[in-house]
Design a binder for this molecule. Structure first.
Ligand code: C2E
Ligand code: MG
Ligand code: MG
Ligand code: MG
Length: 289
């Protein structure tokens, strides 16, 4: 493994150059063990409602608090988990922990939704909907407060099967979101076929929005498409004030990105939220620095 500067400024480890299969094996063993401990934790990134300026939910993004390597981001271990057939356990773990967090915040009076990412293998897992239902029940979070994010590649594996899983999830009352929209193949077919409630445009279109008129045109027209389909339109990757202002003016519904907040550990969220309420949640009102 090679250390490098992560996008969060923390030291992260990448599997680049890991030709040594013993390294992979060791990481895999550690990952298996981590699934039984408290090392895999969700960090939460706020979702900002652009019309009201309020934070209406969070997205849980898994982190591995590795005892010796520090905080690991999903790119290091998700592919490994996927290959090793550990995604069911990982997803349920993330769901369980993040439902606990959100339940506490809801109990404290914040009407927040929770978004959790699913992987390709989760959508092939016919047992998933029942397990999600059980977790919602035991955690006391209404199904309507849960958003499950899927990417366009879920249909590449076994479309009939994933359609089944998605239909079962939706029957629970859970909402579905298309993540990284615009980067997969046959996006429009996908939108037509799937019962989705939310569309999240990939951040590559959003980060270049203020410099690239073509990206801006794509954001605007995708927003219109989402509206015509009756879907909530979310933009991710809002990294500065100018972009936030632009997506607000374009009529996007919800924004996520570093300019609003980076993903943070659950313990930090209540204080952040309290500060956001004081500021009106809208970061442009924040004093510089
Ligand atoms: P995603 O679901 O599209 O999540 C957004 C990613 O962009 C996150 O990376 C987030 O930290 C990052 N991000 C947020 N705001 C900004 C911004 O303004 N600029 C930039 N450049 N990046 C931003 P992260 O946490 O490393 O997650 C990467 C991907 O890993 C996620 O993409 C998702 O596909 C997957 N993932 C994360 N957690 C889970 C999980 O619990 N289960 C599954 N199955 N997949 C997960
Ligand atoms: Mg996501
Ligand atoms: Mg995304
Ligand atoms: Mg992604």
């Amino acid at each position: 493994y090679r250390a490098k500067r992560g996008r969060h400024g923390a030291r992260v480890w990448t599997p680049e150059g890991t030709t040594d299969s013993r390294d992979r094996l060791r990481t895999l063993e550690e990952l298996r063990a981590a699934l039984d401990t408290e090392e895999l934790v969700p960090h939460h990134q706020p979702k900002l409602d652009l019309r009201t300026g309020r934070v209406t939910g969070v997205e849980a993004l898994v982190r591995w608090e590795h005892p010796t390597r520090g905080l690991l981001t999903p790119d290091v271990f998700l592919p490994l988990a996927e290959q090793a057939g550990l995604m069911r356990r990982l997803t349920l773990r993330v769901l369980e922990r993040s439902l606990l967090d959100v339940r506490a915040w809801r109990d404290a009076g914040h009407d927040l939704s929770l978004a959790v990412n699913l992987s390709v293998s989760n959508l092939q897992d016919l047992a998933l909907p029942d397990q999600v239902a059980l977790l919602l029940e035991t955690r006391g979070v209404p199904a309507e407060a849960l958003v499950l994010e899927i990417t366009e590649d879920v249909l590449m594996a076994d479309a009939a099967r994933s359609q089944q899983v998605l239909a079962d999830l939706r029957r629970l009352g859970v909402r579905l979101s298309v993540d990284d929209y615009g980067t997969g193949y046959s996006s429009l077919t996908y939108l037509r076929a799937l019962p989705v409630d939310e569309l999240k445009l990939d951040r590559s279109f959003v980060t270049s929005l203020t410099r690239d008129p073509r990206a801006a045109a794509i954001v605007r027209s995708t927003r219109q498409l989402a509206r015509d389909l009756g879907m909530t339109f979310v933009v991710e990757g809002v990294e500065d004030a100018a972009t936030l202002e632009a997506v607000r003016r374009m009529g996007c519904d919800v924004a996520q990105g570093w300019h609003v907040a980076r993903p943070m550990p659950a313990e930090r969220f209540p204080a952040w939220l309290a500060g956001a309420a004081v500021r009106g949640a809208v970061p442009r009102q924040r004093t510089p620095g």
